[in-house]
Design a protein around this ligand. Sequence first.
Ligand SMILES: [Zn+2]
Length: 230
Amino acid sequence: MEVRLPTAHGEFLAVGYLDLRSGIEQVALVHGDVPGDAAGERVLTRVHSECLTGDAFASTHCECGDQLSAAMEAIVAAGRGILVYLQGHEGRGIGLLAKLRAMKLQEAGLDTVDANIALGLPVDAREYGVAAGILRDLGVRSVRLLSNNPRKRAALLRHGIAVAEQVPLLMPPGVENIRYLRAKRERLDHDLPHLDGIPHLDAIPGPPDLPRPPGSPGLSGPSGSRAGNA
Ligand SMILES: [Zn+2]
């Protein structure tokens, strides 16, 4: 089912789906002619994970709300594109209440990765098969993916959607989210080259060197150990 959806960012077609496997309702916003004369190639696409606190309440704990607006604006500016909004992805798939608990642990000094682990929950439980299915249904063969997350690109590839290009979606960091963004860069491999060299943020220390649970992922030792910005 589909319906015209005028927004502050421009006009979209809202296309609704029911994922029969999970029972979760999903929606894609389509702007312009997709697949159009390019036969579904290189469609500017954002696969956005639901974040109630960021998307609806404009929380500055994360950058989700800003990314959602920026992606819709970029798609309208490009003349065509798709936003797939994935419900069931709160807190990288742990759910809303667990995400709130994880945010409380982050206030106490854990980073976003260790907070999930401390709760006995996966660091990232998001699944992208439904997003790939929606894109296929809309006639998309390859995307220019608005994302800083190489794991998202890899997941779409695994599900048969070619990623012709990864288009950065970099939001200016702020006092409230700089630690969170550093953790995403240093522990979850996000491409976030813009976090350093901002004087009032460089002065904010990383989280304390808390004992790290066994099996916790990470490339660069305890978070906060990066001398450059700690
Ligand atoms: Zn968020």
